[in-house]
Design a protein around this ligand. Structure first.
Ligand SMILES: NC(=O)c1ccc[n+]([C@@H]2O[C@H](COP(=O)([O-])OP(=O)(O)OC[C@H]3O[C@@H](n4cnc5c(N)ncnc54)[C@H](OP(=O)(O)O)[C@@H]3O)[C@@H](O)[C@H]2O)c1
Length: 240
């Protein structure tokens, strides 16, 4: 029987879905949401990492679901699995920066398209597939982990695929915010900082703990007035 939550007895908990939770920012968001007594649906592709599996062994309110964000069948399978389940927050975190996306000479069209598939198209497709779940919440939010590298005001060379994919993701989220205004669903892209992960590298400015703590604090303070605006992990508004 469908109870409206994944587990019985926790109807008062908020439920958050985080994509790309096997490592990096997604793993830390999962960990911190659990520590804050959220029910967390963490998605992974292939097999869950040992860190994510370990968390699942320790936390009753963590559910792991396989999701390849670029595959429509996988998204439809997720939506089917979660049918009737209330979601309060979706965090579109899964993202890539392709190794070929270094400079003008190295980028290939295939890698560029793949970067768009993950960073730009998937956040909309995943969010759209789960709108009925969000509509069951009294405070629904769609968060997309974007990047300052997608800001039109941010100067830099190379990384054409990554920069353009995040710029387009920002635009997509701005439009989605307007489309979902009548549903009172808050939609915000967030720059997570330059973070020490496999993607960010060891020289990055901040740790995953700092980034995830800031992102969650920001999410707690979002209201409809903030929907369709671009923020940084530490709560500041970012220029488009
Ligand atoms: N780190 C930074 O400094 C930084 C700065 C600005 C923005 N960001 C953004 O923050 C987000 C998280 O980045 P991160 O640094 O944590 O990166 P990361 O350590 O490379 O982790 C990326 C996560 O995304 C998942 N993923 C990638 N492609 C996927 C796909 N097709 N389907 C499902 N999952 C997929 C990966 O799964 P696998 O483990 O299976 O590969 C992994 O769990 C990304 O959107 C990134 O663009 C990061």
């Amino acid at each position: 029987m469908n109870t409206g939550t994944l587990l019985e007895g926790n109807e008062n908990m908020e439920t958050v879905l985080v994509t790309g939770s096997s490592r990096g920012i997604g793993l830390e968001l999962t960990r911190q949401f659990l520590d804050l007594d959220y029910e967390v649906i963490a998605t992974y592709r292939g097999k869950p990492s040992s860190s994510l599996s370990q968390l699942a062994g320790e936390h009753q309110y963590l559910r792991l679901i396989n999701l390849e964000v670029t595959h429509q069948d996988s998204i439809l399978g997720l939506a089917k699995h979660l049918k009737g389940i209330k979601l309060d927050i979706i965090v579109n975190n899964a993202g890539i920066s392709d190794p070929s996306d270094g400079d003008l000479d190295s980028l290939t069209a295939v890698d560029w398209a793949n970067t768009f598939a993950v960073n730009t198209i998937a956040p909309l497709m995943v969010s759209r597939a789960l709108l009925d779940n969000l509509r069951l919440s009294s405070n629904p939010r769609i968060i997309t982990i974007s990047s300052q590298m997608g800001s039109l005001n941010h100067q830099g060379t190379g990384r054409y695929a990554y920069r353009s994919s995040k710029a387009a993701a920002n635009k997509v989220m701005q439009v989605l915010a307007q489309d979902l205004d009548a549903d009172k669903i808050i939609v915000c892209p967030i720059h997570p900082g330059w973070v020490q992960t496999d993607m960010g590298g060891t020289m990055a400015d901040i740790t995953v703990v700092q980034s995830a703590t800031g992102i969650i604090d920001l999410i707690h303070h979002l209201t409809m007035e903030h929907s369709g605006r671009f923020f940084t992990w530490n709560g500041e508004e970012h220029q488009w």
